[in-house]
Design a protein around this ligand. Structure first.
Ligand code: HEM
Length: 123
């Protein structure tokens, strides 16, 4: 179970970022496709799979947010990534979209760094 869940976790984590960047570019170029049903479904589906595979990995490795500091950090990084990504796609001003997108990608990078270290940056 663990090796499959880990591969799926990595695949959906990367897919979620790819989908976000594509939607951001579409939004910056004024395309309505950024808010299309397909784009929304792809975002929801990939994020749901990130959360489900994260939960499966937590159970199979016996490590949990609020019990293991590095997973608490990853959870907050994921929440920050989602919140900033939504804000970046909803904002009208292009400069602010870019600032929020850099924040979202920063939160994503933090989750990656914590994952690779298997240790928190702060906790
Ligand atoms: C954007 C958010 C996330 C990213 C980028 C991410 C990334 C990763 C990566 C790269 C790994 C492989 C680490 C390695 O062994 O080298 C991993 C494993 C893992 N992730 Fe995530 N993850 C995210 C969110 C979460 C969340 C919210 C949880 C909360 C439960 C979580 C739980 C886990 C667990 C339990 C493992 C397996 C750790 C182990 O093998 O001991 N992930 N994640």
């Amino acid at each position: 179970m663990y090796p499959i869940a880990l591969k799926l976790h990595l695949a959906f984590v990367i897919l979620s970022l790819v989908i976000f960047v594509i939607r951001l570019v579409l939004s910056l170029t004024g395309s309505k496709a950024a808010e299309s049903r397909l784009a929304l479904m792809a975002t929801l589906g990939s994020m749901l799979m990130v959360v489900l595979t994260a939960g499966t990995l937590a159970v199979t490795t016996g490590q949990f947010p609020f019990a293991d500091g590095w997973l608490t950090e990853k959870l907050f990084a994921l929440i920050g990534y989602i919140a900033l990504a939504i804000a970046a796609l909803k904002t009208q001003a292009k400069a602010m979209q870019l600032v929020l997108a850099v924040g979202a990608i920063g939160a994503f990078g933090m989750a990656m760094a914590v994952a690779h270290r298997h240790a928190g940056l702060f906790l």
